[in-house]
Design a binder for this molecule. Structure first.
Ligand code: CO
Length: 134
């Protein structure tokens, strides 16, 4: 069911510092900042030949990644995003298998303007998984 790895998402405490490190130390191509108030994050994408790395910092007081940063003050890996062809079919199959979908279970529009869902990390060995309809 899952297809390509779309991106790996890292939470960072300071997006400007992270962008500078990826651009200048690692020599990567990094996108402009995208503020996503609905998701409580500001993101950039590091464009690699085979995938993307999403760097995120909290946006606003109620950012859902604030608790992650409180637990991991220097930042860390937040989630993996796998592509699926049909997000509703994927959700229904996962629910039938007993996996938990975060939130209200309905796809939301993610950072790339495409529908996404998140799966409970306890059902997948401690890793938060995002599914994106590619
Ligand atoms: Co993501």
């Amino acid at each position: 069911m899952i297809g390509r790895l779309n991106h790996v998402a890292l939470v960072v405490p300071n997006l400007d510092a992270a962008v500078a490190a990826y651009r200048h130390k690692l020599g990567a191509v990094v996108s402009a900042h995208h503020a996503l108030p609905d998701h409580g994050v500001t993101v950039v994408f590091v464009e690699l030949p085979n995938t993307k790395i999403e760097l995120m910092e909290p946006l606003g007081e109620n950012s859902p990644i604030r608790p992650f940063l409180d637990k991991n003050p220097s930042g860390g890996m937040h989630h993996l995003c796998y592509e699926v062809d049909d997000i509703i079919a994927a959700r229904d199959k996962l629910k039938a298998e007993g996996a938990r979908i975060l939130g209200d279970g309905e796809p939301k529009i993610g950072a790339h303007g495409k529908p996404v869902l998140f799966l409970h990390p306890k059902d997948f060995f401690g890793t938060l998984i995002e599914l994106e309809q590619a």
